[in-house]
Design a protein around this ligand. Structure first.
Ligand SMILES: *Cc1c(COP(=O)(O)O)cnc(C)c1O
Length: 250
């Protein structure tokens, strides 16, 4: 163990690579979970004759306190995803002081009035989905000089409660982002409906990205990232399989 490691109260590994059975919430064996997810990504890449180096693991640490994130940092993970701007602003600056090469992704919905904080903190924003938000981001990018990568979220299941532009409105939003706001858009993101088999949604997102020449495909979570890799994901967003079950949000 690295002598700088902080005692995280994580249960000791059993030395055989097995995860503890049903760790209590917040006590998951993060390093073991991370190793399993990395191995599964490598396997899915191999199964589909893809180079594992083109698949980024975004470790989604929403609701996980800093001491729960440290084991992942200690195990070498540097790319993290968060859902809430306020939580991230409270949590990450101190962690980044210790690990300056961390790359932070905003994967949750973004309100236009949080654009300033989001542009200041995040390196990649996955949830651009409307013109008003594009305008707010463009203004902040110009003001701050920071240029996070931007992905458009597509609501592939056309779910009314979910963020994302409808597939048939993507071309218009893309054109407006580029022409009206001068924004470079790098890719697409989707969250398939929970009740659907995800592959149709991943295939649709991949087709849209290809049609518009967008290199980044953010798709796949704990339950379905191997299927997403099969269909071309460049970024998989995995939380539960690394950090354990989340506390219900209060
Ligand atoms: C929470 C979340 C994830 C991670 O989901 P898990 O099922 O815990 O892996 C990925 N993407 C988004 C947008 C999320 O909100």
């Amino acid at each position: 163990m690295d002598d700088q490691a902080i005692d995280t109260n994580a249960p000791a590994a059993d030395g055989m690579g097995h995860r503890a059975e049903k760790p209590p919430v917040g006590q998951a064996d993060v390093a073991a979970g991370l190793a399993e997810v990395r191995a599964a990504i490598a396997q899915a890449a191999e199964d589909n004759e893809r180079d594992p180096a083109e698949i980024q693991l975004v470790a989604v640490s929403k609701t996980v306190p800093a001491e729960g994130i440290l084991p992942a940092l200690e195990a070498g993970q540097r790319v993290f995803g968060e859902n809430y701007v306020q939580e991230s602003t409270a949590k990450w600056p101190a962690l980044r002081d210790r690990y300056p090469d961390v790359e932070l992704h905003l994967v949750g919905p973004l309100q236009s009035n949080k654009a300033r904080e989001a542009v200041a903190l995040f390196d990649v924003i996955h949830s651009l989905d409307r013109l008003s938000l594009a305008a707010a981001l463009a203004k902040e990018i110009a003001r701050s000089g920071r240029t996070p990568k931007l992905l458009i979220q597509v609501n592939t299941g056309a779910e009314p409660q979910k963020g994302g532009v409808l597939p048939d409105q993507l071309a218009t939003l893309l054109a407006e982002c580029r022409q009206t706001h001068g924004l470079a858009i790098q890719g697409l993101m989707c969250i398939p409906p929970a009740e659907d088999p995800p592959s149709g949604h991943f295939a649709l997102l991949a087709r849209l990205a290809k049609e518009h020449n967008l290199p980044i495909l953010s798709m796949g979570m704990s339950a379905d990232f191997p299927a997403a890799i099969q269909l071309g994901a460049t970024h998989v967003r995995v939380g539960t399989a690394i950090f354990g079950a989340r506390r219900p949000k209060v």
